[in-house]
Structure formats: C-alpha cells, structure tokens
Design a binder for this molecule. Structure first.
Ligand code: EPU
Length: 416
C-alpha cells in the first residue's frame, strides 16, 4: 500500500495547474448513458474514482475511449442495466447510473450503497423522487430494482438538499414525459456543470444554478462535447496548503467564481489573494490567523473543504470553532492531527481548535479523501517527517497531488 513521506517546514512557490472537478466528472460520465450518440469530454481528471466509474460504465456496454484528460463515450450498445455491489461499495457515486438507466431503458438494478466513513449517507431521496415520477421501486437482496415504462414529470421537493440526488433526478427528468420541477435542488457548481452538458445534449432545463430546476422532458438526447469545470475543492486544498506552510503560488485553470467563501476565509486568515478569470495567486508570509466556520450547502462553506481549513487552523494564531452540519462523522482527521501536536477537541458536531505554535511530524493514517488532504497540509506545515498511510483515499479524488506539490517546492514523495 502506497504511503506519502513528507518533510515539513518548506515554503511553497511556483505554479500549479488545477484539474477538472471529480464531483462534476462523475455525474457527467453517467450522462453518457442518456444517449446513443457520442459524448466527447475534456478536462476529465485522472483519478481513481474516474477510473472506477469508467470501469462500471464499460461493464454496462458504454463504449469508452480515453486519451489522458479526453474521454469519448458512446452509449449505442448498452446491454447491462446493473451496477453491482462490488462496484458500488467502492464508490457511492455509482448510484448516479440509476436515473439515466431508468429513464432511457425503463429499468435499472443498482446495489444499495453500504456504510460510509463520513456518515450514514442514505439514498432515500433519490428513490422518493423517482417514485414520484412513476417508477416502481423494490429493494431486494441489497439492490434497488427500478422499473418504469416511461417516467412522468412531477414536482419533487427533497427533504434536504442533496447533490447526487439532484443530479440523479435531473438526468431522469430530461427524458421523462412532461414537466419536472425539482424544488430544494442543490446549487453546487458541479450540478450546474452537469446541467450545462445536458442542455448541450438537447435537454430543456430552466433555473440552472438555482434551487428550482424546471425540466421539460424530451424524446431523445443527442451527442455533445463539454469541458469539465475546474475542481474548486482541489483549488481550495492548495490555497490552504500555502496558507498553512507559507509561500507564493499561482493556481492556473481555476474557476474563481466558485470559491467566494474560501477566499473570504483565507483573507480573514491573512492570505493575500489576487485573481483573474482562471487564475489565483496566493501569498502568505505570516502565521495564519484562526478562522471559524460552519459547513453548509453551496454557496456556503463546503463540507469538502472543512478538514483542509482545520489543518490550517491547527497552527494558526488564536482559537477557532468548526461546525460540521452536512455529515455526522466527518471529524476522523482530528485524532490524527492531534498526533501531530494539534490541540483539537470535539463537542458533538463542533470541533474546537486551539492554535499551537508548531506541529511535529509523526506517522498518521488517512481515513477518507478530504481527511487525507488535510493531513498532507498539516504535514507540510509541521516540523520534521510525517508518513501518511492509506493514501489510496487521496488517489480517489486528487490528480497526482504529490507531483503538483513537489513542483512548488514541497518535500513530498510516494513510498511503497
Ligand atoms: N442525504 C439523505 N438522503 C439522501 C441523500 C442525502 O439523507 O437520499 C443526506 C446525506 O446523508 C447527507 C446530506 O443529505 O447528510 C447531503 O448529502 P448529499 O446527497 O448532498 O451528498 P452526496 O451527493 O452523496 C456529494 C459529493 C460529496 C460531498 C457532498 C456534499 C459527489 C460524488 N459527492 O455527495 O463529496 O461531500 O455532495 O457536498 O458529488 C468528496 O468529494 O469528498 C465528497 C464526499
């Protein structure tokens, strides 16, 4: 199993190119199931989760040609309407095939995702929405079995804001009969990116970027080409790394318009940020100041950036409070950070961080994707050597992170 060995205490300087967003690429790849024509994608990040999704889609008969960050999909010969447990258990986003398969082929069998490190994460809202559109759904032997001759438009109000739930129902609605209204829809930029591709494929969607999506179903969708939006979470992760370790780094191919709340918090922490449409420069020459925040849905503070900002807070001047409201178990990095000398206590959904003068390297273990990224940041800011075990979590969602960080002067290497 690969590990990362990091020698902390080095300032970062230079340029990093941001990759396409994991959480946009995954639903966008599933949109390839909606048409018999070719869908041509660029800026697809080179990640383990993308490889897993492509494997799943290939098993269904989707033709996939990949050349680096270009991916060509063709859904003319899909013959297996199933996502097996072996795939879904390794990647929950596999649930995103449910809506497209059901709406185009009238049937789908998708394993229920099992437990998850960051919270219970049920998919009841996906099921409720499809049932409202007329799907007959049974749960048998751990599988969701959905059938519908043709889905019918409906007004769906989800109990909470769900990102992949919105994406699943949005894709299902594109080929349904009549009008679907999705109230309480997620407004994440990744949902918008998917909606933009669907429109390019011939879908009729209004309200893109808002919490009310109105979809007029069409008979068929056609091929399109699309560049996946830049990854705002990867961008924020590198911004935090510079804020914690110090330095002067320019991020290229970024999307500044999706990062308002991260920018505000980094400025509050003392970072100097300058930006153009697709680049951001971050300069940090002092110890960061502690920043408090509460995770919420977009455009609020993303849960996917919580752990990385907490890493910065560990060595910040002052105390901070971080409240996690999206997932019930997303503080798994805390115990590992405390092993590096951080002073964090947890009270329910709140972490209280007393900033310390320094962290000291130690062996630690990654527990999930964003926790892994936060440990990398803590290690870059720490004195001495940190060995991070189980970095397969990191590889699921970051495109060659250690290569990008090495290029800006981090002492980081992958070891077997
Ligand atoms: N929820 C339900 N029932 C549902 C759906 C969601 O109770 O049917 C709950 C969840 O348990 C959670 C909350 O609603 O408490 C929000 O979950 P959501 O459905 O929005 O999460 P998701 O769609 O499963 C996506 C991202 C996550 C990100 C969350 C929140 C993808 C592939 N995943 O997950 O990304 O944390 O939205 O923004 O888009 C990551 O990249 O590290 C990651 C975990």
């Amino acid at each position: 199993m690969d590990k990362l060995l990091i020698q902390g205490g080095h300032r970062l300087s230079g340029e990093i190119t941001i990759s396409g967003a994991k959480n946009a690429a995954l639903p966008i790849l599933c949109a390839g199931l909606l048409t018999a024509d070719a869908v041509q994608l660029s800026n697809v990040p080179l990640l383990q989760d993308v490889a897993t999704m492509l494997k799943l889609l290939r098993q269904m008969g989707l033709q996939v040609e990949q050349d680096g960050e270009q991916v060509m999909l063709n859904g003319a010969a899909i013959d297996k309407l199933e996502a097996p447990y072996e795939m879904v258990k390794t990647m929950r986003a596999s649930i995103l095939v449910l809506g497209p398969l059901l709406t185009r082929f009238g049937e789908a069998r998708v394993s229920l995702p099992g437990g998850c490190a960051i919270g219970s994460r049920p998919v009841d809202q996906h099921i409720k929405g499809l049932q409202a559109m007329g799907a007959e759904i049974t749960i048998e032997a751990g599988y969701i079995h959905a059938k519908a001759k043709r889905l019918k438009g409906a007004r769906i109000v989800t109990d909470m804001i769900t990102v992949t739930g919105t994406e699943n129902l949005l894709m299902a609605a594109t080929l349904a009969e009549g009008e679907t209204i999705l109230e309480n829809a997620a407004r994440e930029p990744e949902v918008t990116d998917l909606a933009n591709l669907l429109v390019a494929m011939g879908a009729k969607i209004e309200g893109i970027g808002t919490d009310r999506l109105v979809i007029q179903g069409v008979e068929r969708l056609h091929g399109a080409s699309h560049a996946v939006i830049a990854d705002r979470i990867e961008t924020a992760t590198f911004l935090c790394a510079v804020a914690a370790a110090g330095g002067d780094v320019t991020l290229r191919n970024a999307r500044t318009d999706t990062l308002d709340v991260a920018f505000d918090k980094l400025r509050e922490a003392g970072a100097i940020l300058t930006s153009g449409d697709d680049w951001i420069r971050v300069q940090m020459s002092s110890r960061p100041k502690a920043v408090s925040f509460r995770t919420t849905e977009y455009p609020g503070f993303p849960t996917d950036m919580q752990a990385q900002f907490m890493a910065m807070n560990c060595i910040a001047e002052g105390n901070s409070r971080v409240v996690e409201t999206i997932f019930e178990n997303r503080f798994m990095h805390v115990q590992e950070m405390n092993r590096l000398g951080a002073a964090i206590t947890i009270e329910g959904h709140t972490a209280i961080i007393n900033g310390v003068d320094k962290l000291v390297g130690a062996p630690v273990m990654a527990t999930d994707l964003r926790a892994s990224a936060s440990l990398v940041i803590a290690a870059l800011a720490a004195e001495g050597e940190t060995l991070i075990d189980r970095i397969y979590h990191l590889d699921r969602g970051y495109d060659r992170m250690e290569v990008k960080l090495s290029a800006v002067g981090a002492h980081i290497q992958r070891v077997k």
